[in-house]
Each structure stands twice: as structure tokens, then as C-alpha cells.
Design a protein around this ligand. Structure first.
Ligand code: IMP
Ligand code: MG
Length: 182
């Protein structure tokens, strides 16, 4: 994706649907939820790359419990008739998680396929506990029934960009979440 200039790039941003302030407010609440749930126990926040890198950075700074961060990248492949496929880990965690309280940090749950597979995969490694926190949830688009333990915003079926989410690898650096338009 190439842009002639900044104004062409900006013309793709249809409208802001969640502001920076709204995001930061909900992240404070999510941090308190995590603190109360783990009550001083150390946690491992696992970011699913690339979309959740911005959210992870803010969420990690909103918790007070001892916190490690880890990164994973996954690609899922599906047969059209199957609701669950094979998840290929293109980048894995560096550490064993069997002694960890793990929280998967995701940018958005759309069809539910990626997280369904990643949760199965991490559960097979026997962590002490495993939860999922997502910034955004698009329940209308679900193909695999998947529910996060904590979701900051539920949105309609818009294609969204910003705050880590991309279209064609661009727009991840917008500080807000916007609707994309072609
Ligand atoms: P799914 O839940 O397996 O369908 O996939 C979710 C992934 O698709 C997310 O982690 C995003 O990377 C990507 N995705 C889904 N919806 C959007 C969107 O509206 N904007 C940008 N990326 C999206
Ligand atoms: Mg993602």
C-alpha cells in the first residue's frame, strides 16, 4: 500500500470511533480488574503480535501486580468447511509457562478463530491459569464461539484501524481507533 501524500493517507480515516481518552479510561479499569483478580501474584502478559503491541504497552503500565511481558505471533489456516484450523506459531514465547498466571492480550476478536487456537495451544502447556483480555470485540462476526474474560469495548461490524490495528500494515500508529474507508 502506497500513499501519494499525507492527505491521501488521512482520507482513509473515516471517523474516530474511540478516542484516546476513552481508551485510557478503560485501560485504567482493566488494570484495576487485573490487580484485584491476581492480588499480588505475578502475571505474564502475552501479546499476540502485531496488533496488540500498543495495547500491551499501556495495559502493562496500568497494572500494579508483578508483571512480565511476552510476545507471540500466530497464523491460522482453515479449510472452508472447518470452524477451527491449524495455528502456526511464527514466533513463540521464550519461556516455559507451567509456573505462570498467563493473560493473553489481544487487539480484537473477530471470527474468534485465532484466539480459539492460541488458547488451546497455551492450555496444553499447563499454565497455572489462563485468561484473555481483548481491547475490542466484534461479536457479530463470530464463527467460533469464543468469549474473552475481559473486553474493553464491544463494536459493530466496522473495519477499524489505529492503536495497533492496521490496514495493509499502515495506521497502527494512530493514537485512537477509527473506521477505515477505501
Ligand atoms: P479472528 O478473531 O481469528 O478472526 O482474527 C482476529 C485478527 O484479525 C485480529 O487479531 C486482527 O489482527 C485481525 N482483525 C480483525 N478485525 C480487524 C479490524 O477491524 N481491523 C484490523 N484488524 C482486524
Ligand atoms: Mg491480532
Amino acid at each position: 500500500m502506497k500513499f501519494k501524500n499525507t492527505s491521501e493517507f488521512q482520507s482513509k480515516i473515516k471517523r474516530i470511533i474511540i478516542t484516546e481518552e476513552e481508551i485510557q479510561q478503560k485501560i485504567k479499569e482493566a488494570g484495576k480488574y487485573i490487580d484485584s483478580l491476581y492480588d499480588g501474584k505475578p502475571i505474564l502478559l502475552v501479546s499476540i503480535l502485531k496488533g496488540s503491541f500498543v495495547f500491551l504497552a499501556d495495559l502493562a503500565r496500568a497494572v500494579s501486580v508483578p508483571c512480565e511481558v511476552g510476545f507471540m505471533a500466530a497464523k491460522s489456516y482453515y479449510e472452508s468447511t472447518q470452524s477451527s484450523g491449524i495455528v502456526k506459531i511464527t514466533m513463540d514465547l521464550e519461556r516455559d509457562i507451567s509456573e505462570c498466571h498467563v493473560i493473553i492480550v489481544e487487539d480484537i476478536i473477530d471470527t474468534g478463530r485465532t484466539l480459539n487456537d492460541v488458547v488451546k495451544l497455551l492450555n496444553a502447556r499447563n499454565p497455572l491459569s489462563l485468561r484473555v483480555v481483548t481491547l475490542l470485540d466484534k461479536p457479530e462476526r463470530r464463527i467460533v464461539p469464543f468469549k474473552a474474560d475481559y473486553s474493553l469495548f464491544t463494536i459493530p461490524d466496522y473495519f477499524v484501524i489505529g492503536y495497533g490495528l492496521d490496514y495493509g500494515e499502515y495506521f497502527r500508529n494512530l493514537p485512537y481507533i477509527a473506521e477505515y474507508t477505501d
